[in-house]
Design a protein around this ligand. Sequence first.
Ligand code: CTP
Ligand code: MG
Length: 248
Amino acid sequence: MSVAAVLTAAGSGSRLGHSLPKALVPLGGQSLVAHAARNLLAARAAGDDRVRVLVVTAPAFHVDAIARELADLTDQVALLVVAGGATRQASVAAGLAALVADPRGAEADVVLVHDAARPLAPASLVARVIDAVRDGHPAVVPGVPVTDTIKRVAPHRGVTVEPVLETVPRTVLRAIQTPQGFTTELLLRAHAHGAEDAHDEALSASDDAGLVERLGEPVWVVAGDARAAKITTLRDLQVADLPTESDE
Ligand code: CTP
Ligand code: MG
């Protein structure tokens, strides 16, 4: 019984517009993927339950660069770096295949899926997700209340002024982050069920809990953390670089 993690880092970061793939972009002296991996490994859930196996998905031409970036973690965790796929879903599927093919990974009964694009997700959040899975929730996602007013619109190609259909009640909305946590059995089943759509950007799931929902299985939300914000644009990177209070 142990926890494994799949850390997705295979994206190109086209919206960030950096010359390096997003996961290798530096933030405060460390790459985004190194920050994310360190925070995952720092998490201590109940009973010293923690990540023992880490699978990182890398852009195909940067597998060695990502492995070098994380080389100093190999005394703390069994590390596997694999090439990702064309979509995030395909990358996670590739990571899971590598995980179950490895004898150390095959022992994991809980799997976290985390994005290197959320480098500052604190260890306390990681531990909260592991604890909720261990407490009997087979699919757990962190979520934060939505602060903007959300309206549903009817977009039309080429039309820049969109009609509003409705305002969605905000109190029942959560913006979902990673790491997301699953029993290994459920996550493998969800990815197998969604495999046909994995390589199509329009059809693939943008998060793993979405695949569990497609199976008709319940998903549970625990409190997220503002520090787990996703870095998509240069502005997000600049915000992440602002001084903040250190993690508890
Ligand atoms: N990801 C991945 N494999 C892909 C696409 C994305 O592993 N084929 C990962 C990214 O590395 C990132 C996470 O999924 O950690 C969320 O993706 P996103 O923020 O969209 O990152 P990118 O796809 O790199 O950025 P962009 O969409 O701007 O190109
Ligand atoms: Mg993307």
